[in-house]
Design a protein around this ligand. Structure first.
Ligand SMILES: NC(=O)c1ccc[n+]([C@@H]2O[C@H](COP(=O)([O-])OP(=O)(O)OC[C@H]3O[C@@H](n4cnc5c(N)ncnc54)[C@H](OP(=O)(O)O)[C@@H]3O)[C@@H](O)[C@H]2O)c1
Length: 274
């Protein structure tokens, strides 16, 4: 049976652009009040305006997801300003385009702090509050298709996304008895600021060539991911995939590491101009 989301509050991190902003608007269309988090306040205010046009309330919590106490601030905003917590979409994250050997350990740790540990902290605290108040809920993380396979120059990013995926699968079983759903979301290439940010962090200026190399039919709009997230909130499932083709490739890569190895070596040759 499809769940009625009207009046059920969701916290969305990384809501100032891309998938997070699109999901906030899609949740608003379903009647969900939204707590919006990211670092850029002005952008959050613009998203809040669009969300409120759908007749729901918002609360803004500005800050880095790794800031001490930020998870409590988001949860308090949901409870005290928007009538109580129902769902979390832990979506804030970033990537890089660097070979593992050119990535300093500090950079690896920093990415895990944002993509993995901050997500873990938020869903952990959200789950504790829901259990304490005997309330049902739904905790979601924005992982990636790269949680199930990887590509050259994306090893560290993939590792953070695989960690999120495994955490969600485990928590899903652990929290089922409390009527708390847990799901991970696995978008394919999505046209957002993500690639520009990745290029900048990898010392390549503002232009990432990833979007130039991915076949156009594999590039999605953030609204597609947003609709898939809301569909999962209505009808919970363990994993959300937005491309059947990529999901099939992920299954084949798991079944045959040799196939994945072959594809990645071909890609490496292309990247080296061979
Ligand atoms: N785009 C893709 O192809 C793709 C594919 C698979 C998975 N994903 C995942 O989707 C999620 C959203 O990415 P996107 O594609 O929508 O990219 P995006 O447009 O760059 O959005 C990233 C969001 O995260 C926020 N953010 C980044 N670091 C943060 C931090 N330390 N604290 C708080 N907020 C932070 C950014 O806002 P501020 O800068 O304002 O803080 C922004 O709102 C990420 O987890 C990404 O790994 C993306």
């Amino acid at each position: 049976m499809s769940r009625n989301l009207h009046g059920k509050t969701i916290i969305i991190t990384g809501a100032s652009s891309g998938i997070g902003a699109a999901t906030a608007i899609e949740c608003a269309k379903a009647g969900m009040p939204v707590v919006l988090n990211a670092r850029r306040e002005e952008k959050l205010r613009q998203v809040a305006e669009q969300v409120e046009r759908h007749g729901v309330n918002t609360a803004i919590v500005v800050g880095d997801v790794t800031d001490e106490g930020i998870s409590e601030r988001m949860l308090d905003a949901a409870e005290h300003e928007l009538g109580g917590l129902y769902a979390v979409f832990s979506n804030a994250g970033y990537g890089s385009e660097l070979p593992v050997l050119k990535t300093e350990l500090d950079q690896v740790r920093a990415m895990f702090e944002v993509n993995f540990f901050a997500s873990l902290e938020l869903v952990h605290q959200a789950a504790r509050r829901l259990v304490e108040h005997s309330k049902p809920g739904h905790l979601m993380m924005c992982s990636s298709c790269l949680a199930k396979f990887t590509m050259p120059w994306h090893g560290v990013y993939s590792a953070t996304k695989a960690a999120q995926n495994h955490l969600c699968l485990s928590m899903r079983a652990e929290l089922a008895a409390h009527q708390i759903e847990v799901s991970s979301v696995h978008p394919v290439t999505t046209a957002t600021e993500f690639f520009e940010q990745s290029a900048r962090r990898s010392g390549k200026g503002n232009h990432s060539d990833v979007l130039d190399h991915v076949p156009k039919f594999l590039i999605q709009k953030p609204e597609r991911v947003a609709r898939a997230v809301v569909k999962c909130l209505r009808r919970p499932k363990p994993e959300v995939w937005t491309s059947a083709l990529t999901h099939t490739f992920a299954a084949m890569a798991t079944f045959s590491p040799r196939l994945l190895d072959f594809v990645m070596r071909q890609q490496m040759r292309k990247m080296n101009g061979g």
